[in-house]
Design a protein. Structure first.
Length: 265
């Protein structure tokens, strides 16, 4: 059975995060090396690397945090803070469930277009391409997806929108061809506080099974602003978050683009 993503694809996807100037690269690189040296399967390593990248904004707010165990489960990480052993459970809140499937399909199309361009001439086309699509984009079946792949391929070759692609913006990258979405902020893109509360309730149920050797266990809820399915502009009815009841010692919500953090408990 053919893999949806190769190991090279996974490494390339992670590399996109390094274009974000807000990253604290030194600790991130050190933590990634530690994960690479672990006996985890490559897919698990990728997941752990992605999770620690989502926590980059968290490290800006808590620079004294030192991660001690990056490969554990329940909670996801164990860190040291002010002589306390802190368990950190990380979870992503999905704001647009309907976009999750679309985004997954788009990422597969991006990978196929990258392969075409690199097979033709990696040196000529290397870079990061941010694509904006027309709102009537269709990718329900293989025929439509193939047409979109060709449009993406031609748009990058011509450095202008073709077919389903409205616009192309290129950024430097020294090694490969990367394709991703153009970031666009909708001023009325709200994240319902109920989604955050529901997520906390689900994690509360699992709390008794977390590592009991830690002094405190924190829940960190992340909005991955690099994802179409997770981004938001504001939290609706934020005051409802003050009513939360949970065994977690602290609960935070953060977004990984500007690093805004909300203390829920």
């Amino acid at each position: 059975m053919k893999k949806t993503f190769s190991d090279e694809d996974l490494i390339k996807n992670l590399s996109l995060y390094y274009l974000n100037r807000h990253l604290k690269k030194k600790p991130i690189e050190k933590y990634h090396r530690t994960i690479d040296e672990s006996p985890l399967h490559d897919r698990e390593k990728y997941r752990k690397k992605s999770e620690i990248l989502l926590l980059n904004s968290f490290m800006h707010h808590f620079p004294e945090v030192k991660f001690e165990n990056l490969t554990c489960e329940s909670p996801d990480f164990i860190a040291k803070l002010n002589d306390k052993k802190i368990g950190i459970e990380l979870t992503e809140v999905i704001n647009h469930l309907e976009m999750k499937k679309v985004e997954s399909t788009l990422n597969k199309m991006f990978r196929q277009a990258e392969i075409l361009l690199e097979q033709e001439d990696t040196t000529k086309y290397r870079g990061v391409y941010f694509l904006e699509f027309y709102p009537n984009l269709k990718c329900d079946n293989l025929e439509e997806q193939q047409e979109n792949i060709i449009s993406i391929y031609k748009s990058i070759k011509k450095n202008k929108g073709v077919g389903c692609v409205k616009s192309v913006r290129k950024s430097f990258h020294r090694r490969n061809v990367f394709i991703t979405h153009e970031y666009s902020m909708n001023l009325f893109d709200e994240l319902c506080s109920e989604k955050i509360l529901e997520l906390i309730e689900k994690k509360n149920e699992k709390f008794p099974y977390y590592d009991t050797s830690v002094d405190e266990c924190w829940l960190v809820i992340v909005s991955d602003m690099n994802s179409l399915a997770s981004r938001y502009t504001f939290i609706q009815d934020r005051e409802h978050l003050n009513e939360v009841k949970s065994p977690f010692h602290k609960i935070f919500h953060l977004e990984n683009l500007c690093g805004n953090i909300t203390s829920i408990k």
